[in-house]
Design a protein around this ligand. Structure first.
Ligand SMILES: [Zn+2]
Length: 92
């Protein structure tokens, strides 16, 4: 009888310990696991219209990525087309 009681006590202690450890183990796993990346709150650098360059010949605003560029007197000038660049080069 005493043996059964101690066995029951051990079993109860084991179950109690497990129920106590389970949240602890989960917490440790959560702590060890890499935290999920925080939601991107940083405002991404917007490609604003401020990046547009003015074509000095026809006055068109062009994106530097697609503009025809030419360096005149050490200054990069952006043109909407090769035609405008040629015209500017003729005057320069
Ligand atoms: Zn132009």
């Amino acid at each position: 009888m005493r043996f059964l009681l101690s066995l029951f006590a051990i079993l109860a202690a084991f179950l109690l310990l497990r129920s106590l450890l389970e949240p602890l183990v989960k917490a440790i796993v959560a702590w060890l696991a890499p935290a999920p990346p925080p939601p991107s709150q940083t405002p991404g650098e917007p490609r604003t219209a401020g990046e547009l360059k003015k074509d000095p010949v026809c006055g068109t605003f062009v994106s530097p990525e697609v503009a025809v560029t030419q360096t005149f007197h050490g200054q990069v000038i952006h043109f909407c087309s090769q035609k405008c660049r040629d015209e500017y080069a003729r005057k320069a």
